[in-house]
Design a protein around this ligand. Structure first.
Ligand SMILES: Cc1ncc(COP(=O)(O)O)c(CNc2co[nH]c2=O)c1O
Length: 407
């Protein structure tokens, strides 16, 4: 693939041309949320300006236009991850919402005392707490796959945890804190060998790695729209038809029903069974636009550039005296977490901010991981395809300047 024209791409993102504290914004907090191209911003505004209307039930023109746009967005998402059917795409509020939907259903229908749920030591709180609640409610046990000092899953320990008590495996595809890319193909194969379903938290994978769910075969896959250049409050839960038909409805209300009587209600077919109430119509449409934008840019070019930029960032960061990487997996993407000498991450982050450099500091909603490394938190830089090597150089220079001020 020909190289990405990053400078041209950057023109698509208005915010990248703003200043912070009088200095050009260097946005390196893409793991928290990504910036939005003008076409995504316009897609939301255009809906409200020209065809705002509720979906699925209206007979009037605007409602049909809105419904077609909303369902076209679903079709775009289905194609993006190569789902076998569009009805396997459930629009959610985000990754947290999608995981809660599955955990809630599992606790109501599939978990009982003596059962277990497997997660990993690097999970985001959104893929820990819903499972803790499900286990508390059902008497099931939460099991945790350990990681090694590089922040990689210990697969032998994972295999040892797999037994007949396990009713689901829920793991992150890519660590939001360390960037570790987990061997999800192997995890799924090992779990499926025992007929155990797998949920993949793809919040930090969907924007960096091409995902084909018919090849990879997760039973569920969740991601957030705002981390793949779409609006906040949007997301997707992919589920196989088989599993989505097994799950009870998550929320009751309009749209998710076929007929309602006080004696008995029958539920709608997929995907509407899981889309109660008026959805985030504008958000879903704009998410579809975000995905089309990425496809036009070229996912292979994006992946190639991000890999090159990550390698450059690691190479340059390694020149910093006293830097300690938290997680240094061989197979990684997106995020780089580090500490410099014994400087508290908050102090480093604050001084970087004063230089216009946006990174995230703290535990990144992975507190158990911080406990394992015995640190209060990290400084995390997380890259996107609109970042440049010059921005990496500014980060490195900014860290060196902050270090000289703080030591
Ligand atoms: C791996 C992972 N799972 C789930 C979530 C939750 O996504 P949400 O429902 O859209 O909030 C995040 C958000 N991660 C981060 C949010 O801010 N900094 C982060 O690293 C994440 O990185």
């Amino acid at each position: 693939a020909t190289a990405l024209d990053v400078e041209r791409i950057r023109k698509d993102f208005p915010i990248l041309h703003t200043q912070v504290h009088g200095k050009p914004l260097v946005y390196l907090d893409n793991g928290a949320t990504t910036q939005k191209p003008q076409v995504v911003i316009d897609a939301e505004a255009n809906y409200y300006e020209t065809y705002n209307s509720n979906v699925h039930r209206g007979v009037h023109h605007l409602s049909q236009v809105a419904t077609n746009a909303y369902e076209q967005a679903r079709h775009i998402v289905a194609g993006f991850i190569n789902a076998a059917h569009s009805h396997e795409i459930i629009f959610t509020k985000g990754t947290t919402d999608g995981i809660n939907l599955v955990a809630n259903a599992m606790s109501r229908r599939f978990l009982k005392p003596g059962d277990s749920v497997i997660i990993s030591a690097m999970e985001h709180h959104s893929n820990i707490v819903p499972w803790q609640i499900a286990c508390e409610d059902t008497g099931a046990t939460l099991k945790v796959i350990p990681i090694n000092e590089l922040g990689e899953l210990q697969m032998d320990a994972f295999e040892a945890l797999l037994d007949d008590s396990v009713k689901i495996v829920a793991v992150t595809y890519v660590s939001n804190t360390m960037g570790t890319i987990n061997p999800v193909e192997d995890i799924i194969k090992l779990a499926h060998a025992r007929n155990i379903p797998v949920l993949l938290d793809a919040a930090q994978a969907i924007q960096h790695i091409s995902i084909d769910v018919q090849a990879l075969k997760p039973d569920f896959l969740a991601f957030s729209g705002h981390k793949i250049y779409g609006p906040t409050g949007t997301g997707v839960l992919y589920g196989t038809t088989e599993w989505l038909n097994k799950l009870p409805p998550y929320q009751g209300g309009g749209d998710m029903i076929k007929t309602v009587t006080f004696a008995k209600t029958t539920y709608n077919e997929l995907p509407y069974k899981f889309e109660a109430g008026t959805p985030n119509i504008a958000g879903a449409i704009a998410l579809g636009t975000a995905i089309e934008y990425l496809q036009q840019v070229g996912l292979d070019k994006i992946q190639q550039w991000e890999e090159e930029l990550l390698a450059y960032a690691l190479q340059e960061l390694r020149t910093i005296e006293g830097i300690r990487f938290i997680g240094d997996a061989a197979h990684r993407s997106g995020a780089i977490s580090f500490l410099v000498h014994n400087i508290h991450p908050f102090d480093m982050g604050e001084l970087l901010d004063q230089q216009g450099i946006a990174v995230r500091t703290g535990h990144h909603c992975t507190e158990p991981l911080m406990d394992q490394f015995q640190i209060p938190g990290t400084v995390r830089a997380s890259l996107s395809f609109y970042n440049t090597k010059e921005e990496v150089d500014k980060l490195v220079a900014g860290i060196k300047r902050a270090t000289s001020m703080l030591l």
